[in-house]
Each structure stands twice: as structure tokens, then as C-alpha cells.
Design a protein around this ligand. Sequence first.
Ligand code: IVH
Length: 697
Amino acid sequence: MPPVASPKPLPAAADPADPTSRAGWLRLAIGHHNRRYFEADDPEISDAEYDALLRELRAVEAAHPDLITSDSPTQRPGGSASATFAPVEHRVPMMSLDNAFSLDELEAWGARVAKGLAGQAVTYVCELKIDGLAISLRYEDGELVQAATRGDGRVGEDVTANVATIAAVPKRLVVPSGQAVPRVLEVRGEVYMPIAAFEALNARQDAAGDKRFVNPRNSAAGSLRQKDASVTASRELAMWCYQLGEVVGGVDHKSHLGTLQWMAALGLPVNPEIRLLPSLDEVHAYCRRWQQHRHDLEYEIDGAVVKVDDLTQRQLLGSTSKAPRWAIAYKFPPEERTTLLRDIMVSIGRTGRATPFAVLEPVFVGGSTVGMATLHNQDQVRFKDVRPGDTVIVRKAGDVIPEVVGPVLADRPAGTEPWEFPTTCPCPLATPLVRLEGEADTRCVEPECPFQRDARIIHFASRGGMDIEGLGERTVYLLSDAELVRTSADLYRLEPEQLLGFEGFGEISVGKLLAAIEASKQQPLPRLLVALGIKHLGPAAASALARGFGNLRAIQAASEADLATLEGVGPIIAASVSRWFADERNRELIDALHAAGVEFGKVEVSRLPQNLTGKAIVVTGTLAGFSRDGAEEAIVGRGGKSPGSVSKKTFAVVLGESPGASKLTKAEALGVPILDEAGFVELLSTGELPAPAPAAS
Ligand code: IVH
């Protein structure tokens, strides 16, 4: 089918107060960015922005488990770690920063600092928040010996060869006269791509007919992850250093500013806009000034970082598990841009949901180019009253998710009418769309709708499903247009000669794709179950079904009551699974998959140590190194249980970022041990509770 008829939208903001629409919207956004990244190789947002989307979705789902859907990106294995760069353990963890999104929040941080220091006078160091990526440089006896990315803060990646090509990074430290160079000196800072280097890089890409890079931050990250360091060298990266990590045999510093001056004297690049400011009023003025003048700089910044200068005071304030209390990042408010709303279109999902989205004249806003934004549903479009031809205001909500704020009414062309939601599906069958009373969504309810069919196959092949590499959205559309596939089972009947001749398909790529399809027949049962796209059935319940019944046919034959008896399979999931198998079309699909040789009974046996047998461990909040499912799988795979609520039988509660308040309160009331992520990692490896750690400083 023509790709314009069902392009996948770039989602825009939903009401953050409404978890249902927020979660749906976050999923759309993540799906869209996955496709931009993995299939189009043309990301619109940075890795960090992508992570923020995922984190937010995990947090929403953690707070509202009933909103978890089987196709949620949180239900897929993580996979962010690189297989190509050696891991580097940070001996001093690379912490992140807490954020203040307004001057009031900055003020509140100042009040917390004052309270923590019992009213002592505080002097602040204000720095620019460089929009790059954090890197640790390790010098031994003054020689650069290692450079590593931040990774998850505990383990990063070794990028020494690449960082060594950055002119601003000294390979050998200058030793100030009369001082000894520390035996070990770890310096942290931000590697970035200057705007001029970014523009020159894109000019080279244009000249070579290659794809343009999205923004300086992504380009810097990509440049550091090159296997060939000469490519990194050609990218003209730079660095600003702002913090020390591990120091062995160093000079005893009293203040942060003194440390920075010493670092500069060693030959390290220290940003010239750093200021020592005696009051929060002056800190405000610094933030406001740079908010206004951020584009005067030769590099991108996304805020200011405010740090307590006195190192003894820092010790007193200490840190949380994630971030120091003595520093805060003041994030600039989202930038807004206006652009032309070219059109409003509707996409059809695998369940038939019709989602309107804005097709925009591409506009660079908040660090990336935005060309589409979801408009969620009929009511949202009506509420915003945006019309094709309007000039609209576009911004990034929370600096991450693009949204159409509304029209610029003064610029509205004469004679436009409010946009009408289509009455029929945009697919060739043009079936009437249905909106049930009391529902926000409009749906195509035609089971043979080719757009739904395609969406189902895309889901089947996706990473959370059968994970068929090379079978992305575009390929599915190609195969569907050529009438080679109508159901997921048809994939297993494809022959090389049917594919050869398609644009972009040579012998090698056809061979690879068919091999990936063939290999997927051996996927374990939980994956197959998820790939079928049964509503509410995520990987945890799929694993429970697989363990409980051992074979897809047994699950098919089970009654709803049988299904519901399994731990981890509630009545909603049981009803949904039962309903799915009751549909004749689905039973035909199962038969066809079976005939094609898809494995129905592969239940993976855990090879992990069974050191948590019988122990119930509740995870609440977002963990840095584990997805929600990843944490659950780590516990269950070791014989433990991961219930959703705390009771006196709970062995431990693992506390991530933004934990559920009730779980925390209950754990405290019942005296259940509470672990941070490091404690959780130890528990996984030993099966025992870690010894209480001394208070963080
Ligand atoms: S200090 C423990 N200073 O912002 C404090 N970070 O959002 C460590 N960043 O991970 C960070 N400019 O990658 C610091 N002047 C600056 C910074 C800065 C940019 C980045 C850094 C950090 C992130 C937190």
C-alpha cells in the first residue's frame, strides 16, 4: 500500500495527568523513534531523549500496571549495551544531576541546601550545561590511559582510541611547578560537537549524497562510537571538563572553583563561562542570561549547572543514590517554533485504532527536526482546532516529546474549516470508522483491513515478538503491497525469487532476511505468545503461560478458568487469551504457523543460579540498569517471585527512581529491608541481603 496512507506518526504530547492517554502516547512516540533509529537510520531525538521516553513509560506503567500492553516497548528486552566496546567499571560512580525546570524549583533546591547546611553561608559555582555526552578521562602519572563513557553510571564503554583523537583532550598533563602529578587522576567532562563542526559535517554529507545528521549531540555520540578512530578524528569533537572522579595522591582542594582552576593549569579544557556567585539571586541572573543568549555560543547548551563551591559543605550535603544534593541542573524551558501544518492524516494500528497526526513542514526545535506529531484522537484535534494550512506552534514537552501546542490564529488563511475526522478507514477497503459511546478512540473494525493486517505482521516480527531482523515496517509494506503476505504465517512461505528484484533487495539481503525468518521458528514460546499480539499479554504473563502449559496447543485448549489459575495470569489476561483463541481467524493462523514449522513448545529453562528460590522481591520505581521486565526476569529466573505489592512475606523491596509511595511506606512499616539498585545487583549475585552500607557522603 502507499506509504502515505499509513505513515507512522511522530507522537506529540498527551495530557500528563491522564496516565491512559499518556502511556498510549509514549508508546507511539517510542515506536516511532525505534523506526527512525533502526529502520530509517535517521533518528530525530538523542539517545538520552529516547531513554527519557522509556523511563517515563516505565514509571507510568509501574504506577498503573493495568495499563501495560503486550506490545509496550517496556515489554521488550533492553539491549542498549554495546557489544563492540569493552566495559569499564567506574570506581567512583558517574552520577547524574537532579533537574530544576523553573527558577522556583531552583529556589527550592537552594532552600534544601541551606537547610542541609544549617544556615551556613553558601557560595555557588555556576556552569553551562553542555549538551554533549559525559566522558571520564583517566590519567596515570600524567598520561592519558583510558577514556570511558558514562554508561549506566557504574559501567561505561572504553572509547580511549576515539577520545585520544580529540585535540582538546591532553594526552599528557602539564605539571604545575612545585607540584607532583597525582598517581591517578580521573577527570570528567562533556564531549561535544561544536556547531560549526556539525554544520561542516552535514555539508560533507550533502556533498557525498549521504544522509544528514540530526543534531550536534547525536553526532558527537555517534562519532565517539566509531570502530575506526580516524572517523572520530575527522569529526572535530571538543570537550569541557567540570569534575574530578577518582584521585590517588592528589592535591587537597578546598573549593570546586579551586579544583577547576587546578584542572585548567594541568592543561585540561575548562569552560570560560564558569562563575563563582555569592547568592541565589545572582545564580538566577546567570541562568536567565544564558537562557537568552544560549545561541550566542559556538556549542549547544541545554541549561546551567549550579554547584555548591565549598567541598566540605558538599560532604555534609552528600548524595542520593542517583545524584549529589550539592548540585542541580537548571533546564531551560522548551523552545517553541512555528511551522506550517501541511496536513492531518490518520494512521491505523493493529487493533484498528485510528490515530490522527500532524504532518508538519519540518522544523528544528529543541535539538532535533520534527516532521510529524501525533494529535491522539478526534477530541484533541477538535480541542486544539488545528487545520491544514495553519501556522502552528510546535514545542518539545519536557524538552523531549514534540507537540503541536495550537494554531497561530492571526496567521490562519481565510476560508479554512475545522478539520473533520474521516468517516472511513484510509485503507483501500475504506470501511466506516466506528467510535463507541464513552470511548476516546475511533476504530476500524474490519478484520480484513489491510492496514491492521500489516500492523499485526510488523508486531509479529518486532523485537519484542519473533525478533526477525531486517523485517521492519518498510519491508512488510513491500511484501504486503506485492500480496506476498497477508498473515504472519505467510512470512514462512516466502521464496528467494519472490523477493529478488524489490528495491534494495540483492541476493545477500534476501538470504539474510530469509535466514532470519527461518531462525525465528525456533523462538521460545513466550516470544511467540507475545508476537501473536494478544491484548494485555506481556512477556511476564506469556512466560507464566509457557511454563504452566508447556505448549501453544495446550494453552489454546485450556479453559479461561484453567488459564486464570496460573500465578501471574490474572482474570483480564485469561479472558483476553481465551477470547483470542476463540476467533476462527486466529485459530487458522495458529494452524498455519504450525504447518510452517514454527516451534510451539520451546520453554526456556533458566541457567541462572537458583539463589532466590521462594523469596519475594518487590521492585518499585525505575532502575538505571534494568527494564521493568528485566528486573522481574532477573528475579524469577533465579527462582524468586516479583509480586506487585509489599506484604510481611516480602524478602526485600528494591527502590528505583520515582518509587511508589505506598510500597515504600508499607515496607518501612513492616520493617522489610529496602535496597537501592547496587544492593539489588548484590542480592542477585549472592542471593543474600547486602550488609548495610555506610551513609553516602
Ligand atoms: S556535573 C555529579 N557539570 O549533565 C555531577 N554535568 O544531566 C556530575 N553536564 O551527566 C555532572 N554540563 O553529562 C556537570 N557543567 C556540567 C555539565 C554536566 C553537562 C551533563 C553531564 C551529566 C548530565 C546530567
